[in-house]
Design a protein around this ligand. Structure first.
Ligand SMILES: N=CN[C@@H](CCC(=O)O)C(=O)O
Ligand SMILES: [Zn+2]
Length: 446
């Protein structure tokens, strides 16, 4: 670094080394204004867009640490950063730029697949029927327990790369196909090893209560999660072997009931974990009400949430992570997304990538959220950026284009951003660049 350093607002007078300049954008869709971490009700559709004028495009300047230094008109870059040396300049050529997408719910570490179950489900078998017949999660558990750490890592990395190619720069990634200490730790270690190798940022979630292991009662499984798995995970975390942000439970009829889920979540909270769990997916159990009473940071699915549950989540500020792919694949009733937004619940989106719902594309998830759940395109973008980051406790660093935040950016091959959500599939072609922390991690070459 040479010369004097400017601050975010001021003029940089000394020919600073900068990481990246994106210039000539038609739209920079910031999603949020300065310091805005959540956008409730009608504000969810306000994307804080900066548009080019007839003579001037929009630039984004990124400093060496990968954070956004400044956003403004192309014509002011020279005055703001006189003599700056840009590590890379990306010409946006009249295109739109949105924040890197955030996937708030994935299960990406597993071996085997469940392609054989697809035809059964299409023919009418329900998720719980497949599950109770020993398929579903329990089948994946067998495959994942048997797989080596290296094999799981080799399966995981291309999945994360496909996510990033479709615009995801931050993803929540769960364990949960081990259901015992050894394999749960193996999955978390795989995520840890993936961090420096993957093109996106990972937020890890311990989901040892994803299913009841064969031969055990849910009560016995609850005790094992609380007394064996969780302490082992916490010990590994405290020794710096794995980073774990959240704890998850599949709260469902025939899996963990509301009281057992509460016990597990409370134990996680005592160890400083964020609460982020599967609630009211297939059966209305009032899981959302229980989660809200614990101040859960996020709950997912919520297809069967009650009106009281919606009110409780709004009051508690819990993020509703909606998963349209699962509702589609399993033909579930849809969660009341509009009522949630109206009630002031922060709504986020996730791909729910798992062997049951094999989707790695957040633009497709956004499209489905619009068509199936009636989110507006603007609301879908807020849900897949700022609110998804908020669900993970990372809205201070991710989820909007704001000086001081990570320069996670997606460039769309169109002058208006909503081509990203308008197209059904094929998003690799709509996206020209994916940038994570100021580095280009994906670039379209045709
Ligand atoms: N519902 C529970 N967990 C996952 C499915 C996991 C699986 O079927 O392997 C979900 O969110 O849809
Ligand atoms: Zn899930």
């Amino acid at each position: 670094m040479s010369g004097r350093k400017g601050n975010n607002e001021g003029v940089d007078e000394g020919g600073r080394e900068m990481l990246l300049l994106v210039k000539g954008a038609q739209q920079v869709v910031r999603v949020a204004g300065a310091g805005e971490r959540v956008k409730l009700g009608a504000s969810m559709g306000d994307l804080a867009i900066i548009s080019a004028t007839q003579h001037d495009g929009v630039s984004i300047a990124v400093q060496q640490d990968g954070k956004i230094a400044w956003v403004g008109p192309d014509s002011e870059v020279g005055a703001k950063f006189p003599g700056a040396r840009w590590g890379r300049v990306v010409e946006a050529c009249g295109r739109a730029v949105v924040p890197g997408l955030v996937d708030a719910h994935t299960h990406p570490v597993w071996a085997g697949d469940r392609v054989h179950e697809f035809a059964l489900k299409v023919a009418g078998a329900s998720y719980l029927e497949v599950h109770e017949a020993g398929g579903g999660i329990n089948y994946t558990v067998e495959q994942t327990r048997a797989a080596s750490e290296d094999h799981l890592l080799n399966l995981l990395l291309p999945r994360l790369t496909r996510m990033a190619t479709a615009g995801t720069t931050l993803a929540e990634c769960k364990s949960g196909y081990g259901l015992e200490v050894e394999t749960e730790l193996k999955m978390l270690r795989v995520l840890e090893r993936a961090r420096p190798l993957a093109p996106l940022t990972i937020s890890s979630t311990f989901c040892g209560a994803h299913s009841v292991p064969k031969g055990l009662s849910a009560e016995a499984a609850t005790r094992l999660v609380v007394e064996q798995q969780l302490p082992a995970v916490v010990e590994a975390r405290d020794k710096g072997q794995v980073a774990v942000d959240s704890i998850d439970v599949f709260c469902e009829s025939g899996v963990f009931n509301v009281a057992q889920t509460r016990t597990i979540l409370e134990a996680g909270r005592r160890h400083g974990l964020r609460l982020n769990f599967h609630a009211d997916e297939l059966t209305p159990l009032a899981g959302a009400e229980m989660g809200a009473s614990l101040g859960a940071e996020a709950m997912s699915h919520l297809e069967e949430i009650s009106e009281e549950g919606v009110r409780a989540m709004a009051k508690a500020g819990s993020v509703a992570v909606l998963l349209p792919t699962t509702a589609l694949v399993l033909r579930l009733p849809l969660p009341p997304a509009r009522a949630m937004i109206q009630a002031g619940v922060p709504v986020a989106l996730g791909s729910d990538f798992n062997p049951n719902a094999f989707c790695l594309s957040m633009p497709l998830v956004m499209h489905l959220a619009c068509v199936m759940m009636r989110l507006s395109p603007n609301e879908a973008l807020t849900a897949a950026t700022l609110h998804a980051a908020h669900a993970l406790g990372k809205a201070h660093q991710h989820g909007s284009i704001e000086p001081g935040k990570m320069a996670d950016l997606v460039i769309i091959d169109a002058p208006r951003w909503d081509h990203l959500v308008y197209q059904l599939g094929g998003n690799d072609h709509v996206i020209t660049h994916v940038i994570r922390a100021g580095k280009v991690i994906h670039e379209r070459h045709n």
